[in-house]
Design a protein around this ligand. Structure first.
Ligand SMILES: CC(C)(COP(=O)(O)OP(=O)(O)OC[C@H]1O[C@@H](n2cnc3c(N)ncnc32)[C@H](O)[C@@H]1OP(=O)(O)O)[C@@H](O)C(=O)NCCC(=O)NCCS
Length: 202
């Protein structure tokens, strides 16, 4: 029986559980350090993160929106010897020769076109699109409805906001935030927050 332990019983955790159920996970359980949360999408919260070692027979997924926290916990869980899996909604469209790293989520309606590489611990959120030959660094987040044209590179830990658009071949370095609705037409070489059309440093 496919069993999944999700760390983080939040809104993001809910979406993770929903995808996991659609992928055929029969038993889904959460861990969360907030002991007041008892359930998430009607699945039980069984304990806190320190209890992960008691669930070695489970697949693990880290459902925490903050990229740095997600990275820290995913690395800690890997060190404990747990198996991290990716969650890909059955109604996401994944092209040929796409690579998706461990612990990444691809939500409903997302499209990842051919030859794109998505790193570990990434979020490719609802109805976003990443076209051909893109590279998405570890622990990045492409938010709902964001669109990346072909050949875009996003550095590790960057967050592309809801509905943002990134022109083809544009490079965005690590640790950037691209605000909701921004249009990125030039390379971004310096970590920071970029907003507007065209996107400029905030
Ligand atoms: C860019 C962002 C991170 C800035 O957040 P913040 O630092 O808290 O900024 P504030 O809300 O204090 O706004 C500061 C200024 O920037 C402007 N601003 C903020 N976000 C903006 C955006 N996306 N586009 C244009 N202007 C924006 C505000 O209007 C404000 O302008 P003012 O000083 O003239 O009044 C945030 O607004 C954003 O876009 N986050 C992305 C959210 C998202 O996509 N979530 C999806 C989850 S799937």
């Amino acid at each position: 029986m496919k069993k999944l332990m999700i760390i983080g019983a939040s809104g993001h955790g809910k979406v993770a559980a929903d995808i996991a159920a659609k992928m055929g996970y029969k038993q889904i359980v959460f861990l969360d350090d907030n002991t007041e949360i008892k359930e998430c999408l009607n699945y039980p919260v069984a304990g806190t993160i320190k209890d992960a070692k008691d669930y070695m027979g489970y697949d693990f997924f880290i459902a925490i929106g903050d990229g740095e926290v997600r990275k820290t916990i995913q690395e800690e869980i890997i060190r404990k010897g747990c198996k991290i899996v990716s969650l890909i909604h059955p109604e996401a469209v994944i092209g040929s020769c796409v690579e998706i790293g461990a612990g990444s989520m691809v939500s409903a309606g997302a499209v990842i076109n051919c030859k794109t590489i998505v790193g570990s611990g990434c979020i490719v959120n609802t109805s976003s699109s990443i076209d051909h030959d893109c590279t998405i660094g570890d622990y990045s987040h492409v938010s709902v409805g964001a669109h990346l044209a072909g050949g875009v590179s996003v550095g590790c830990g960057s967050w592309i906001g809801a509905g943002a658009i990134v022109n083809n071949q544009v490079f965005i370095c690590e640790s950037c935030i691209v605000g909701a609705g921004a249009v990125v037409i030039h390379n971004i070489e310096i970590p920071g927050t970029y907003i507007g059309i065209p996107a400029r440093r905030k």
